[in-house]
Ligand binder design. Structure first.
Ligand SMILES: [Mn+2]
Length: 295
């Protein structure tokens, strides 16, 4: 009798703790969202960045995520981007205008295929997952913000609550961006023209975990890496979905030992916060600039 009462008490205590922990997580995410909504750097980025871009946008999508892909793909296409999608299982009718190929294969292999025939060699390239949403702004504005911050290789920060792996990629308030020693290969990366032939085509093994080690070394050639904080993303898909986690981990471990990296966090540092923008965005046309500056 006594022991069953005890175990009932223990069970409800455990349940109580779980509820408290979960509520704290939800409260933290809501607070972060509220702070993001009033962050002046988020507002300035949204108001000042042009909604036009000549970037190439590539993504491998699963049919199940077509509706979400359509949201940013249609917007990017009408903003002037060359949208190039690869259908992993089958082409979704709503994405057919931008689907350049279809079929299974490794993530990077398919991305390379989608990129291969683009007729725009000297423009920014945006590579993104099919399970990611922009929280504010558009892909065009994101590309223009990367240009305005002077970064060569950049990823938008994760909003709190987004599926993410490394703490350095979590959004920081009160800055446009941070120059860092690390950019992750997913869920969204912007490759600027100056660094494009150092990063693309992608190495074609698996998902490319550990490729960040090679990218972080590009800093010694004068390239700038960073995380964009003023325009963040929400990665709602699970990490490593649809891929063999063990194989990927083995591949990354081999790359790490070859480059004397014991822990990936060793190569993840923030160099400085970026709180000012270049006056003219290389991606924007002259008419965009004059439109923006008129009252
Ligand atoms: Mn994903």
């Amino acid at each position: 009798m006594n022991s069953s009462v005890n175990s009932a008490v223990r069970r409800s205590l455990r349940l109580g703790k779980r509820i408290v922990r979960k509520s704290l997580r939800v409260a933290a995410a809501l607070t972060a969202r509220g702070l993001e909504a009033i962050d002046p750097f988020v507002w300035i980025a949204r108001l000042r960045m042009s909604g036009r871009t000549d970037a190439v946008v590539v993504c491998v999508y699963r049919h199940a995520n077509a509706a979400s892909v359509y949201e940013w793909a249609s917007a990017a296409a009408s903003s002037g981007a060359d949208v190039r999608l690869w259908a992993l299982d089958r082409t979704a009718p709503i994405l057919a205008p931008w689907t350049v190929g279809e079929g299974p294969g490794g993530r990077f292999q398919n991305l390379n295929r989608a990129l291969a025939a683009t007729s725009r060699p000297n423009v920014p390239v945006v590579v993104l997952d099919d399970d990611v949403s922009l929280t504010y702004g558009s892909l065009a504005q994101l590309v223009n913000l990367v240009a305005a911050t002077g970064l060569d290789l950049a990823q938008p920060a994760h909003r709190r609550g987004s599926n993410m792996y490394w703490a350095i990629t979590l959004r920081h308030p009160l800055a446009f961006a941070r120059e860092t020693t690390f950019v992750e290969i997913g869920p969204l990366v912007v490759v600027m023209p100056r660094i494009r032939d150092k990063v693309l085509p992608f190495p074609e093994e698996g998902m490319g975990w550990g490729t960040e080690i090679l990218w972080s070394k590009l800093r010694s050639d004068g390239f700038r890496l960073g995380v964009i904080d003023a325009l963040s993303v929400y990665h709602w898909g699970p990490i490593a979905a649809g891929y063999n986690f063990d194989d990927e981990f083995r591949r990354m471990s081999a790359l790490m030992s070859r480059h004397n990296v014991r822990d990936m966090r060793e190569i993840q540092h923030t160099v400085r916060s970026i709180r000012s923008l270049a006056r003219r965005q290389p991606g924007a046309s002259a008419s965009d600039v004059s439109n923006r500056s008129s009252p």
